[in-house]
Design a protein around this ligand. Structure first.
Ligand code: ZN
Length: 197
């Protein structure tokens, strides 16, 4: 924003611009829009940000985001706890849930290994996965990217000595395809045709 703009407005625009997918032009538009909202609306908006951050945390079992201690999927007795689908982030859980075909549980890593960016095994929720008991199969459902494949290989290497079957999604997607954009049928097929690692 130009120098003639009020400083709080400039700061607000910079905050919007720090969000993913929002450039400076859009950020400025959003900042001006906030000025056109009434005070209650602005307070509700700010409160929603604070409430989400305060009340949502990782499920103790699967590390997916939830407002409960154990998320609804992990606490569902009809889900097969012996099959765990390992994904990069919570958005991927939603993608698999949309297929309505998967009846196991999940484990969210909250990232992928990327030593160049300083993401080491300790930065991901890998220990929590290894601590799960009664597991027959772990499906590595990370994206087919360099980081996704490397993370799948790394975790498979830790699980196999424990006698756990490890499989990988069969991607009919182009290499680097992103799970969250895949349609339900593609994802279901990728799950059904998974192969042993
Ligand atoms: Zn859970």
């Amino acid at each position: 924003m130009a120098d003639h703009n009020a400083l709080p407005l400039v700061i607000l625009a910079e905050k919007f611009a720090s969000l993913p997918g929002i450039g400076m032009k859009s950020a400025q538009r959003l900042a001006y829009h906030v000025m056109s909202m009434n005070e209650n609306e602005v307070e509700d908006f700010a409160q929603a940000l604070i409430d989400a951050k305060k009340n949502v945390h990782c499920c103790k079992c699967c590390q997916n985001l939830t407002e409960r201690e154990i998320c609804p999927i992990c606490s569902d007795d009809d889900r097969d706890k012996s099959v765990i689908c390992v994904v990069e982030n919570p958005k991927d859980v939603s993608a698999f849930e949309r297929t309505r075909e998967y009846n196991g549980v999940y484990h969210v890593l909250h990232g992928l290994l990327s030593p160049m960016d300083g993401v080491t095994p300790d930065s991901l929720r890998i220990k929590e996965l290894l601590a799960q008991g009664g597991v027959n199969e772990v499906i590595m459902a990370t994206n087919p990217t360099v980081e996704g494949d490397a993370t799948a290989m790394y975790i498979a290497g830790l699980l196999k000595p424990l006698g756990v079957k490890v499989s990988r999604l069969a991607f009919g997607l182009p290499v680097g395809g992103i799970l969250e954009y895949a349609d339900e049928v593609t994802l279901y097929k990728a799950l059904e045709n998974r192969s042993n690692m």
